[in-house]
Design a protein around this ligand. Structure first.
Ligand code: HEC
Length: 136
């Protein structure tokens, strides 16, 4: 009797592990950021960002980086869907990365952002931020 119930609980455990794995696989299909390939679905639209202009398209790419590396702490910034909003918030100085807090505070520049536990921007992500700021 004892051993029978032990066996069936082992079987249930295997089922649970198996189901968890399947759910995990299904969830990872829809994820926005694939860290293994570095593809953060650069071109998927975000509601409110007008990508009909070159500036808007560059903002979209930068915004995707902020989503992954900054909005965890700077949640309010997620409402800035135009370059003008980043500029009036004092985070971006138009066309001038060296005077833009969003750039100068980065670890990539010897600054302290993003703070732990979020990892430093990849060179690709860093370049996306620069291209956006310098184009504003
Ligand atoms: C784990 C939390 C965390 C993450 C992630 C993070 N920050 Fe911060 N950040 C803070 C905190 C806390 C402050 C306020 C204290 C300070 O200024 O050092 C701050 C302040 C700042 C400031 C100054 C804000 C202001 O209004 O003057 C800038 C600019 C900044 N962060 C940029 C970034 C950028 C860009 C990223 C993403 C690449 C980022 N941070 C990610 C925690 C974080």
């Amino acid at each position: 009797m004892m051993s029978l119930s032990w066996r069936s609980s082992t079987f249930n455990m295997k089922k649970i592990i198996c189901m968890t794995f399947i759910v995990f696989l299904a969830a990872s299909c829809g994820q926005d950021y694939n860290s293994s390939s570095g593809d953060y679905s650069q071109y998927a639209p975000i509601e409110g960002i007008d990508t009909s202009t070159a500036d808007g398209a560059r903002l979209l790419t930068a915004y995707k980086v902020f989503q992954v590396k900054c909005f965890q702490c700077h949640n309010a910034w997620s409402s800035y869907k135009s370059s003008a909003q980043w500029i009036s918030a004092g985070l971006v100085s138009a066309g001038n990365q060296g005077a833009s807090l969003i750039h100068t505070r980065l670890k990539n520049n010897g600054g302290d952002m993003p703070q732990d536990p979020i990892s430093e921007l990849t060179s690709e992500e860093f370049a996306a931020i620069e291209a956006w700021i310098n184009g504003t």
